[in-house]
Design a protein around this ligand. Structure first.
Ligand SMILES: C[S@@+](CC[C@H](N)C(=O)[O-])C[C@H]1O[C@@H](n2cnc3c(N)ncnc32)[C@H](O)[C@@H]1O
Length: 199
């Protein structure tokens, strides 16, 4: 099984993930933003960028099949310090089964301040975003940035994308942006950007 687009190292789990993902893509392509799950190479690059203090959590928004969540766990984040938010009920159910011990929230990332338990506000080390923000109007993008800022002040978020240049209009959103990683071993090749509020 190739490193590209299998979803996990296990062939059968990878095929199951690919099937689930493809069905969701058929149902709502704009919500999914891709036809296949993130590749192991992309997942590893994102996991390597995760930062958190001992008492902080990692929050993944739009976790899909959970392949990035799994890479984050494999990189050493304890399951009880990972929170994933997924809007599609089927996928949230899948994540609960696939990620024991992880806090899976069936909810809308744009309503993150309500979806995330209040006790975790201000205790978020890294936010990872899988939602295809590039396709959204500026007002929606702004709402997303504000939602993240409310729960993780100053931390910003990691966004993976197939765009060659910044997928977000950073100046108009008041963000500083840095491309932290790129991998050709994804279908299509992907970059990881870190956006933070501009000081
Ligand atoms: C590109 S896919 C995630 C890919 C994931 N890394 C994988 O390989 O399975 C985007 C995910 O974001 C979810 N999503 C889209 N809009 C969302 C929202 N407003 N809140 C939470 N999740 C959302 C979709 O249902 C989908 O599972």
């Amino acid at each position: 099984m190739s490193d590209i687009a299998t979803g996990t190292r296990s062939g059968r789990a990878g095929l199951r993930n690919a099937g689930l993902f493809f069905r969701r893509w058929l149902a709502n392509p704009l919500q999914m933003g891709s036809v296949v799950p993130s590749s192991p190479a992309l997942c590893r690059r994102i996991a390597a960028l995760v930062r958190r203090a001992e008492d902080e959590v990692v929050v993944e928004l739009g976790a899909g099949t959970g392949v990035i969540s799994r890479a984050v766990l494999e990189a050493g984040v304890p399951a009880h310090r990972l929170v994933v938010v997924e809007i599609v009920p089927d996928m949230a159910d899948h994540l609960r089964g696939a990620l024991p011990g992880v806090n899976v929230i069936r909810g809308d990332a744009f309503e993150l301040p309500d979806a995330l338990p209040r006790a975790l506000h201000g205790r978020v080390g890294t936010v990872i975003c899988g939602i295809p923000l590039v396709l959204l109007p500026l007002a929606r993008q702004r709402r997303f940035v504000d939602a993240v800022e409310t729960v993780a002040p100053g931390r910003g978020f990691l966004l993976y994308t197939y765009c060659v240049t910044s997928p977000l209009p950073r100046r108009r959103l008041g963000l500083a942006a840095r491309r932290e990683a790129w991998t050709p071993l994804n279908l299509p090749p992907a970059s990881v950007w870190h956006y933070r509020p501009q000081r």
